[in-house]
Design a protein around this ligand. Structure first.
Ligand code: SF4
Ligand code: SF4
Length: 426
């Protein structure tokens, strides 16, 4: 990587801590990703993206800002990238998946807050994330109580925090709330960018994001093959890069990779031997660089064949209907698309477990590992009924609760190995 110190300094990054972060990240990436066997050639693009994650991509964003484009960061898949693109903005997912700056975060938040929220504070307080520091606007959303209340404390720490309200029920009123919130978000984007959203600009935004999601749907489908043509770790990485790469280049790279994977399937080539135990991971999102659980699973004689998560199918599986002829009609289509997202903050939320069952069937999975972050009430509480429903359908399920630390790695491995034994006997 070139020397980006000047750029990082201009963004207010703490250079010493940031260098330590990059060194740790580089080592973890080598140990976890580059050590895998039989990786597809197409992963080279994603290796490059990761090697330049705080370098070249940030330079592109800084250059975009210099051209007058606005950078909009967000922490949730309910914030529509289509709308940001429609004002020629740059949309960046900011979710943080590392145990960094937690001491500073815990000075502002209760200790029993989920790692995702603590990490969001830790990266900001430690001046560690050039994405956060590049944002003109950061969008928060009233999803879980943790995030909702944390944004109140986060507001004075950032330049411009815009909080979007979200419904909690899949009712007609809920849909109206979502549409009105998207309408207000459009007004905010137009004010920030000085650009008016038109039918053409919105349609273009929808087309770009639809193409990106279509590529991810193609990637998800190819993982039904046995032997698995790609590891769960690599597929997760692509789902993580989804949130911060240039969308058109990303789509092209995923499609090229899928060409290769489809050929692998024809040639019966895979990353694990045919017959390896297959699992779906379902639950909380795994933000980059949270690779702990998949690494343990895939070094315990199992392969992950799908992620039912916002960094996974819950974030990518629906497309937006492009048929509308007015901004209002397209806004309706966007609202319909996002209203499908079955996050555990919704009550009740039956479509989520139905989707997990569909994934098990489609991807020929042997079982499900339910992943909750400690102190995440929506997913932990929902995991009980999800497990019950899956077991009732004869789908073995293992419920795990963990955080970003490595302390429980040994214990998790023991439980996962025991679960895999159960799956083998099925
Ligand atoms: S789990 Fe819920 S709150 Fe978190 S990113 Fe997904 S939709 Fe948003
Ligand atoms: S992991 Fe759970 S508690 Fe944490 S932000 Fe997401 S929904 Fe909220």
């Amino acid at each position: 990587m070139a020397d980006y110190t000047k750029m990082w300094k201009s963004l207010g990054i703490d250079i010493e801590n940031h260098n330590a972060l990059l060194a740790g990240l580089g080592q973890a990436y080598t140990d976890i990703f580059l050590s895998q066997k039989n990786r597809p050639e197409g992963m080279k693009y994603f290796d490059f993206v990761m090697s330049e994650v705080h370098g070249l991509r940030i330079k592109e964003i800084v250059d975009a800002k210099a051209e007058g484009r606005k950078v909009i960061g967000s922490y949730c898949v309910f914030v529509p990238e289509e709308l940001v693109l429609a004002v020629d903005g740059v949309a960046i997912g900011l979710c943080a998946g590392a145990e960094l700056g937690f001491e500073a975060a815990e000075a502002l938040l209760p200790r029993n807050t989920c790692s995702l929220i603590k990490s969001m504070f830790g990266f900001k307080l430690g001046k560690l994330c050039p994405y956060v520091e590049s944002c003109d606007v950061i969008v928060g959303e009233n999803t879980c109580d943790g995030k909702k209340k944390a944004y109140e404390i986060f507001r004075p720490l950032v330049k411009d925090l815009y909080v979007m309200d979200l419904p909690q029920t899949k009712s007609e009123t809920g849909r109206m709330v979502l549409k009105e919130e998207y309408r207000k978000f459009i007004a905010k984007l137009e004010k920030e960018s000085g650009k008016k959203i038109t039918v053409q600009s919105l349609r273009k935004g929808i087309e770009i994001v639809n193409a990106k999601r279509k590529a991810m749907i193609r990637l998800a489908a190819v993982r039904a093959a046995d032997p698995a043509p790609i590891s769960g770790l690599d597929a997760l990485l692509i789902n993580q890069v989804f949130f911060h790469d240039d969308p058109v280049r990303f789509t092209d790279s995923v499609n090229k990779l899928c060409d290769e994977l489809e050929q692998r399937v024809k040639d019966h080539k895979g990353v694990f031997p045919k017959g390896t135990t297959r699992v779906i991971v379902s639950g909380c999102p795994m933000a980059v660089p949270n690779w702990k659980l998949p690494m343990i699973i895939e070094t315990s004689n199992a392969v992950i064949v799908g992620e039912e998560s916002c960094v996974g199918e819950r974030g990518t599986r629906w497309l937006t209907d492009i048929k509308g002829n007015t901004v209002e009609e397209l806004l309706d289509a966007i609202t319909d698309r996002y209203f499908n997202v079955d996050c555990a903050v919704f009550t009740p939320n039956p479509s989520r477990v139905s989707h997990v069952k569909d994934m098990v069937k489609k991807l020929h999975a042997d079982g499900v590992i339910h992943y909750s972050l400690q102190f995440c009430q929506p997913y932990i509480i929902e995991s009980g009924p999800v497990e019950k429903e899956l077991e009732k359908s004869h789908i073995p399920t293992l419920r795990l609760e963990t955080d970003y630390s490595q302390e429980d790695a040994g214990q998790l491995k023991t439980r996962i190995e025991a679960f895999n034994e159960r799956l083998k006997k099925k």
